[in-house]
Design a protein around this ligand. Structure first.
Ligand code: G3I
Length: 477
């Protein structure tokens, strides 16, 4: 990126007059702004990750593998964050430098560090017009389409069970007012390349949430409207998409939009999670602190906003370091922006009742992805209950089953699900299955059988056919 003051992929000189008008308005209001008070509550967490977890969210950061030997960096990383994203190490050029020869060494350093420290991992990014290896840049048509799908399948399979959410497709829409797709070698393979990538990712790792990720979509505009239409279309046709990432790279030319929360909410209303995926805000002092607080407040106000990732730890780690856009200064000291972020996390917001738990075993995490569950009622007494969330597409589905312990808790549980005719279970995680069609029994595995009263756990399975109408029941032991 040669022009680091520009939005990603958008040179500064390409900005339009309407954008400039926005800048001036926002700049004026920033000057007169005062510190927003985010008062911590009594049970406030004292780190970003702990405070976010109290609200059922994660708070993550981008990590660079070559900084994992920097003790100041690692100290902050493991103290403050409960989610990480590889800043560059999972991109196509890094993981498949030669066709069909995969190199996960640097990405593995990040994943292994995260897992050793109880952090979940966001995968970034499977298919993108940028940071493609040279061999792919030179491809087109069916050969490129197949190479892309192979890449998605191989990488998502390799990391199966270790990734909480994948940015399956990154930055596929054009800037400006056109509201269309960005021209790229991938786009020229056919307009359906995005949904093909999502289907391949789902098949490879049914436990990961699958996100579309982009920038300049943080407020309502032609570009975010186009993404919105795509997500709406995907949901209506059963293309497996679970979440939308809002990169949220802000500066004076591209400030936090006034309709930021409303924009997150309208996407959430489509039945997908929303995540703030690459947050950084150029600036300093009170103005910067207030803007970080606003972003956190907006996420907490949207029930399906499941987490925030900042795009680096110290200002000096940033892809645009001169803008000092992060929460820690170059020496690793907490900035005012840190305090404002922490205080906002500790104030208000809509709690998510089941906090995301980072995967601690090789068992795939369940995809808690889908529309409101079709449920069996929660138990009034002892025993347990089970509810299902279905993510379906033509010819297949992923079911996430939530088990809730009754008033006596459980030592173990068995969920029985009767699948409609023609449906077959192909793959189960966080439970063991007996049978694969008709009446199928799912038993707890070693780590999730013992539940205290009211506690929940989730497992999942993937299948072919349709599971619509399936109602699970639960018995406790
Ligand atoms: O590691 C090499 C180094 O060996 C070499 O000497 C140097 C020479 O240029 O390059 C180094 O690699 C650079 C790499 O960052 C690591 O610093 C690449 O050139 C540079 O292109 C790369 O930039 C990354 C950029 O994506 C590439 O598009 C940034 O670190 C990364 O923060 C940025 O992240 C993107 C997200 O993936 C998508 N959204 C926008 C965001 C910001 O641009």
């Amino acid at each position: 990126m040669s022009d680091k003051s520009a939005r990603p992929g958008q040179p500064a000189r390409a900005r339009s007059w309407p954008r400039l008008a926005l800048v001036l308005t926002a700049a004026g209001s920033l000057v007169v702004g005062t510190m927003i008070a985010f008062t911590p509550n009594a049970s406030a967490g004292t780190t970003l990750g702990a405070s976010a977890a109290e609200k059922g969210r994660y708070f993550g950061t981008a990590v660079a593998a070559n900084k994992l030997s920097d003790s100041t960096y690692v100290g902050i990383l493991n103290r403050e964050f409960n989610s990480v994203t590889a800043e560059n190490e999972m991109k196509w050029d890094a993981t498949e430098p030669s066709q069909n020869q995969f190199n996960y060494a640097n990405a593995d350093r990040i994943v292994n560090s995260a897992r050793a420290n109880g952090q979940q991992v966001r995968g970034h990014a499977l298919a993108w017009h940028s940071q493609q290896p040279g061999w792919a840049q030179n491809m087109s048509g069916t050969a490129l389409r197949n190479a892309m799908l192979n890449h998605v399948t191989q990488v998502a399979t390799y990391y199966r069970g270790k990734i909480s959410a994948w940015d399956v497709v990154n930055e596929a829409f054009a800037d400006g007012g056109g509201g269309g797709r960005r021209d790229s070698n991938l786009q020229r393979t056919g307009n359906d390349w995005i949904e093909a990538a999502f289907r391949a990712a789902r098949a490879a790792d049914p436990g990961a949430k699958l996100c579309y990720n982009d920038y300049n979509t943080d407020g309502q505009n032609a570009k975010s409207n186009a993404v919105y239409a795509m997500v709406q279309d995907f949901r209506s046709r059963g293309v497996p998409i679970d979440c939308v990432g809002f990169q949220s790279h802000f500066n004076a030319q591209s400030p936090v939009p006034n309709d930021y929360q409303a924009n997150l909410q309208r996407f959430a209303n489509l039945g997908v999670d929303v995540q703030i995926t690459e947050l950084d805000i150029e600036g300093s002092g009170t103005t910067q602190a207030n803007n970080f607080g606003r972003v956190v407040q907006a996420c907490l106000a949207v029930t399906r906003c499941t987490g925030i990732t900042v795009w680096g730890i110290r200002d000096t780690d940033s892809w645009r370091a001169s803008g000092t856009p992060l929460l820690f200064d170059g020496s690793g000291n907490k900035k005012a922006a840190y305090t404002s972020t922490l205080n906002a996390l500790n104030s208000g917001g809509n709690p998510i009742t089941t906090p995301p738990t980072p995967p601690t075993t090789t068992t795939p995490p369940p995809p808690t992805t889908t529309p409101p569950p079709t449920t069996t009622p929660p138990p009034g007494g002892a025993g347990c209950s089970a509810s299902v969330s279905l993510n379906s597409w033509t010819g297949g589905f992923v079911a996430t089953i939530r088990v809730t312990a009754g008033s006596s808790g459980t030592n173990g549980w068995t969920v029985t699900a009767t699948l409609p005719a023609g449906a077959t279970v192909t793959n189960t995680w966080s439970a063991t299955a007996s049978g694969n069609s008709g009446s199928v029994q799912f038993r707890n595995v070693s780590y999730n059988g013992r539940l205290t009263a009211g506690q929940t756990t989730e497992f999942g399975f993937q299948g072919t056919g349709s599971a619509t109408g399936m109602t699970p029941s639960c018995t406790a032991s």
